[in-house]
Design a protein around this ligand. Structure first.
Ligand code: DGL
Length: 270
């Protein structure tokens, strides 16, 4: 394959189905691209993993994307963007888009003084959202809160379960004590919970970073001359490192996969 050819795919990766919400939004803006998605379900939740583990998992996946000749890779995962992006950003032969850094400017311009961030433990502990937003606006007070059960609720498709609803409600009540004007859903899995969250607070309060992220990716690929300009012979490929059937089932709400993804296992030490 000609490695300068714009037919080369855009890769997406995440710890599970969550990243599909990002891919969906990018596909709407760039419908003629070829796409490859990798959900690392063998290692979900990333939010509980060490930096060393995240570096190891991501390296295997990013090398896989190099073999697939990706022209760009979207780090849909907030946790890897927050914890390891700075360490690996120049290591691979494609454009790499990290979610947190790519949306910080838009969030900084939201015209609010108090902003909540729901994200994984690793993302909150890294302070990445506060740090990136402060590069553009340091008058915003950011309240980070991690929600240990939310990823499990989504990956296991427990959205209708009464315990899940009570847990989300109670986490939201805790956040509301900070009186945030907007709350960022800073984990790819959390937009799946918008139906529950909006029962207890106005829907407009929640921001899914995937929206501005998709716009950023489109603008950047366009300015780099990397957009595919034909609509025929497109393809989409899906891979996962565990439980392909479960992946397809959990993805259903947002993404109809014609068949279960292909199983690929990389050898990692943990
Ligand atoms: N989806 C990832 C994120 O955006 C992590 C969820 C997890 O695996 O803990 O942070």
């Amino acid at each position: 394959m000609n490695i300068l050819n714009n037919d080369r795919p855009i890769g997406f990766f995440d710890s599970g189905v969550g990243g599909l919400t990002v891919m969906n939004k990018v596909k709407k803006l760039l419908p003629d691209e070829n796409y490859i998605f990798f959900g690392d379900t063998a290692h979900v939740p990333y939010g509980e993993k060490s930096k060393k583990q995240l570096l190891e998992y991501s390296d295997a996946i990013l090398k896989f994307f190099e073999q697939k000749h990706c022209k760009a890779v979207v780090m849909a995962c907030n946790t890897t963007s927050s914890v390891i992006y700075d360490d690996i950003k120049d290591k691979y032969n494609f454009k790499l888009y990290p979610v947190v850094q790519s949306v910080a400017k838009v969030l900084a311009n939201l015209n609010v003084e108090r902003m909540g961030i729901f994200a994984t433990k690793a993302t909150i502990k890294s302070g990445a959202y506060e740090r990136e937003i402060a590069k553009y606006n340091n008058n915003i007070k950011v309240y980070g809160q991690f929600c240990p059960d939310w990823v499990k609720i989504v990956e296991n498709n427990l959205l209708e379960n009464t315990d899940s609803i009570s847990q989300v409600k109670s986490d939201l009540e805790k956040m509301m004590q900070n009186s945030p004007e907007k709350i960022i859903l800073g984990c790819t899995h959390y937009p799946y919970l918008l139906g529950i969250l909006s029962k207890f607070a106005p829907k407009e309060m929640f921001i899914d970073p995937a929206e501005p992220f998709a716009q950023f990716i489109k603008e950047d690929l366009t300015s780099c001359g990397l957009v595919r300009n034909k609509s025929d012979k497109k393809y989409e490929e899906f891979y996962t490192s565990a439980n392909p059937k479960q992946f397809r089932e959990s993805a259903k709400l947002f993404y109809k996969l014609d068949k279960a993804p292909e199983l690929i296992k990389f050898s990692t030490s943990s």
